[in-house]
Design a protein around this ligand. Structure first.
Ligand code: HEC
Length: 133
């Protein structure tokens, strides 16, 4: 490999790292002011090897506190504007999710199944979550 090529590669690597740090910083800042990301991180996603709260809820295993927290988070998310997609459809999906979570909170029969249908990640992400850049 020519010396210039090596230098160019090294420069690219340094830039890539710097850029990565920049993105991470941005994401962390956004999460605070973005109720959607907050709800996703807190209730829909979980560290490897542990179940996210939404999964526990689908199986009827979430605690009362977890369900109450989820209800608040999804209610805030419903009031937020998604980064993309149709506002009417967003409202419809979020309303269904909030209603199902409220049903879980009240301990209604069939609530877990209703919740499982409403928390469908792909159905919502396809329209409303921006594709990775
Ligand atoms: C009712 C809609 C909806 C449902 C259901 C939903 N999501 Fe999301 N999710 C979103 C939107 C919108 C974003 C993009 C938020 C943004 O970029 O501002 C997102 C982003 C995310 C992110 C990235 C968060 C971040 O900090 O960038 C993760 C992780 C995620 N969702 C996980 C899940 C999982 C797992 C499920 C299913 C168990 C799920 N979501 C269900 C709407 C939804």
């Amino acid at each position: 490999m020519k010396e210039t090529t090596k230098t160019a590669l090294r420069a690219t690597a340094v830039l890539a790292v710097a850029f990565g740090l920049c993105i991470t910083g941005l994401t962390a800042a956004d999460a605070k002011s973005n109720p959607i990301k907050e709800a996703m991180k807190k209730y829909n996603a979980a560290p490897k090897g542990t179940d996210p709260v939404c999964k526990k809820a689908s199986e009827g295993k979430a605690s009362k506190e977890e369900i109450k927290g989820m209800l608040a988070a999804y209610t805030a998310m419903a009031a937020a504007k998604p980064p993309q997609g149709d506002a009417a459809k967003w409202k419809q999906l979020c309303d269904a999710l909030v209603a199902a979570t409220a049903a879980l909170d009240k301990g209604e029969a069939g609530a877990a199944d209703k919740f499982k249908a409403a928390v469908n990640c792909k159905a919502c992400h396809t329209d409303f979550k921006p594709a990775k850049k």
